[in-house]
Design a protein around this ligand. Sequence first.
Ligand code: GDP
Length: 298
Amino acid sequence: MFETLSDRLTSVFSSLRGKGRLSEEDIAATAREIRLALLEADVALPVVREFISQVKERARGEEVSKALNPAQQVIKIVNEELVEILGGQTREIRFAKNPPTVIMLAGLQGAGKTTLAGKLAKWLADQRNTPLLVAADLQRPNAVTQLQVVGERASVPVFAPEPGNGVGDPVEVARQSVEHARRGNHNVVIIDTAGRLGVDAEMMQQAADIRDAVRPDEILFVVDAMIGQDAVNTAQAFLDGVGYDAVALTKLDGDARGGAALSIRHITGRPIMFASTGEKLADFDLFHPDRMASRILD
Ligand code: GDP
């Protein structure tokens, strides 16, 4: 994860080692190198600009602590700015006052929604919740079966359309699932919705209709981190088309660069709530900006 960015930043910092005090040129040169590292990591330009301007200002402002040498000082500033750009605080789920808490997943096909639905269900069940998975992706022939497999693996029940149970109408399935959860004492409902390969008006409308029918407590935009800046464009399209409260980043295990992770918060104004780091159910956790920053600078 983020190896390319880590390596680049490490070499920037190593060029500062042994320096006494940072001159204006040192700061400018360091800022240039960090800028290149971020651009190479596919971080969106407005984010790079903001980041660099903060680092420069703070390095010049000489928040010089006597305990730290200039290299350590720059590392500290970069670390803090990384935490900031990644969202600062960890964003927890906001549970509804009156259960069930309804969580809706939206995103492109292949983003990892169904896999994430299972991981989230397992993660919630491990914390003494009683989740219900809902197959509202009726677009792909295999989607319902895939969710059932995932549910079985997570030992979490799946609400899926059956004949006479609103077949073919994902909005109806979503609506019924909330009733079903209420009756069956499920305190969280996780609704997996349909995705397309590209952003598509009909898909957006369907997601918006499900949203309007069940009024989710949390809408999560699920996005593949490996697509870099394309994630930012898709994120913007979903923000306009459906809207969402937070982001779940998938496939971070295969993301050497980190562009999506570092850009998405700043561009969308929505926090990253979850990180998915592999194909196994356990490869999943809340997204912790501070831990992620430390990993990048490790
Ligand atoms: P959906 O179309 O959005 O529901 O996407 P899927 O859940 O079907 O996932 C698409 C593919 O990505 C599957 O092959 C998953 O196994 C894989 N996948 C999902 N999440 C991750 C992850 O965090 N890491 C890796 N390496 N693969 C993942």
